[in-house]
Design a protein around this ligand. Structure first.
Ligand code: UDP
Length: 218
């Protein structure tokens, strides 16, 4: 039987990525079927004109090979699902918009979602299951870890290192580092929307504002 492709997650993130994924498949001259997977679905249903099913049902389909884009913003869930897929011999699928621009010397790990109007500039290295939402960019010489998430319009300037599971909110701007001293966003850090990050952010920290400072809850 033929190959099958899927977008895992049929909430906001998944429904926004499905048209990108479906168009990407068409651009690759691949006529395979594409479906939604969502574990909240009991039986086959239709979502925006696509078939939707839960993972158990997808797993039991009789296709030769299966490719899945995990379209869920929460990075821990993304990792849990990615581990399950790999164990089940399902391939992690990378998808990009027709106008996504990828420059020279770029490495992108498996399972990335590169939305329309995203630019990845020269000599950037990116880990597994990266999400770059609409209009985000990653400038030259950045190193991005696994399961990193960019909301829309993130400005990630040159020589920045972002560690695994960091989340960068919509419209955040991160100051460029230097080859000798890259600016570092630590593992699991959260940068609030619209923040202007001018210095390193420690692992697990939440920073907001301009200039970005740790969030102290009331
Ligand atoms: N989901 C799933 N399996 C999981 C965890 C989540 O199918 O193990 C689905 C969940 O049912 C929901 C979607 O993923 O439909 C996540 O949606 P949410 O609105 O939380 O996040 P977003 O779409 O913004 O990433």
């Amino acid at each position: 039987m033929s190959d099958i492709f899927a977008v895992y997650g049929a909430s906001g993130c998944g429904r926004s990525l499905m048209p990108v994924a479906s168009e990407y498949l068409r651009r690759s001259n691949n006529g395979s079927q594409i479906v939604f997977i969502d574990d909240a679905l009991d039986s086959d249903t239709h979502i925006n004109g696509y078939v939707g099913m839960n993972y158990d049902r997808f797993k039991n389909l009789d296709n030769d090979s299966k490719w899945v884009l995990i379209a869920i913003a929460n990075s821990s869930i993304r990792q849990k699902i990615a581990d399950k897929l790999v164990q089940d011999d399902v391939s992690l699928w990378t998808v990009q918009g027709a106008n996504t621009l990828i420059m020279d010397g770029v490495t992108v790990g498996v399972g990335a979602a590169l939305s329309p109007f995203v630019t990845i500039a020269a000599n950037v290295t990116i880990g597994k299951c990266f999400h770059a939402n609409l209009y985000s960019y990653v400038e030259h010489d950045c190193v991005i870890g696994d399961y990193v998430t960019f909301a829309p319009r993130v400005s990630c300037n040159g020589n920045i290192h972002i560690h695994d599971h960091a989340y960068i909110g919509a419209g955040a701007i991160i100051k460029q580092g230097t080859p000798d001293k890259p600016l570092i966003i630590g593992k699991g850090a959260i940068v609030g929307m619209g923040a202007v990050v001018t210095k390193d952010v420690p692992a697990g920290a939440v920073v907001v504002g301009n200039p970005a400072r740790p969030l102290h809850k009331a």
